[in-house]
Design a protein around this ligand. Structure first.
Ligand SMILES: Cc1ncc(COP(=O)(O)O)c(C=O)c1O
Length: 309
């Protein structure tokens, strides 16, 4: 199973040359940044644990990757979601389907009689996790300090690559959800090679939400990546024609990106490059391609007239 040492490609993006770290080529079950974020759990033994617990969206990349982790470890896997669309239950696809095939038990909290209006995390803390020591809980999207272990390995690979290329400075760019990957990358570079800087953009919840996530993981502001602005506020998971156009443009380079984070990432990078055209940029492809199985048909339905690449 390939869980590290991914190659770097160079693509032409408009008139700019951009390097792409191909973490999408990590093992497909660990979908890019999950192999990094869950590296700690793969590399260590957890005596006494027999069940993995998680929560999030029914189409989350983390759902699938956690199901693969549990399968490898021989754990039972229970994943809690706020609600599951009946369409998805009747027509399982993408991460949801693949997780079920890996044996995940996906629990729809909207159907739990004892929920009493509690949000997913509160319900988990009060009804599922309390007092049980044979369960291992991973927070939503893998946002936890354990993620540092695997992300540091990614940082090591980037530092080595930069040295091989003879570059004196490097800007690393990646779009953020929880900001965990970007933050631990920046922390690693501050500690190991300060000539590398991390730039990101907020794909889920806006810049303020992302800044708050950074503070929760590391109060030291030096470890926080720079957040580049997006020209417009986009809602996570919604479909935008400019996202799809960007995805199609990128597909021309021969690399397929995913449709939730990458289109906004590249739009933000495009704006940044207008004013910083000379910078050497390494874009981290964080995988997540299985999610395209459900996103592409949605785009197809919404923008019927567009070519589908
Ligand atoms: C493909 C992809 N890109 C980006 C992200 C955002 O990562 P993070 O939550 O570490 O910011 C995720 C979520 O883990 C993802 O699956």
């Amino acid at each position: 199973m390939k869980l590290a040492q991914t190659p770097v490609d160079e693509i032409l993006f408009g008139e700019h040359s951009v390097f792409v770290k191909r973490d999408d080529l990590l093992h497909p079950e660990f979908s890019g940044n999950k192999a990094r974020k869950f590296g700690y759990f793969l590399d260590n033994e957890f005596t006494g644990i027999n069940t993995l617990i998680g929560y999030g969206s029914a189409q989350a990349n983390s759902l699938y990757s956690m199901s693969a982790l549990a399968k490898i470890k021989g754990w039972r896997f229970r994943f809690y979601v706020d609600h599951i669309a009946s369409y998805l239950v009747e027509n399982p696809i993408g991460n949801y389907r693949a997780a079920l095939e890996n044996g995940a038990e996906i629990i729809d909290l909207s159907l739990c009689e004892d929920r009493n209006n509690r949000d997913s995390l509160t319900y988990l803390q009060q009804c599922v996790l309390a007092g049980d020591s044979d369960q291992l809980f991973i927070p939503e999207g893998g946002r936890c300090l354990y993620a540092e272990h695997g992300v540091r390995q990614l940082a090591d690979e980037i530092i080595m690559w930069k040295q091989q290329q003879g570059l004196s400075v490097l800007s690393v760019f990646l779009p953020s959800g929880t900001g965990t990957t970007a933050l631990f990358l920046q922390k690693s570079f501050v500690e190991l090679d300060p000539s590398i800087s991390v730039y990101t953009c907020a794909v889920v919840g806006g810049d303020e939400y992302l800044r708050k996530q950074f503070f929760e993981l590391a109060p030291n502001i030096a470890y926080h990546p720079a957040i580049l602005p997006s020209r417009k506020r986009y809602h996570f998971g919604k479909l935008y024609s400019e996202f799809f156009q960007m995805w199609l443009q990128l597909k021309e380079t021969g690399i397929e990106f995913e449709l939730l984070y990458d289109p906004l990432g590249w739009l933000v990078l495009q704006d940044y490059l207008k004013a910083n055209s000379g910078e050497k940029i390494l874009y981290i492809h964080q995988g997540g391609l299985l999610g395209n199985q459900s996103m592409l048909p949605r785009y197809k339905r919404k923008f019927r007239e567009m070519p589908l690449g």
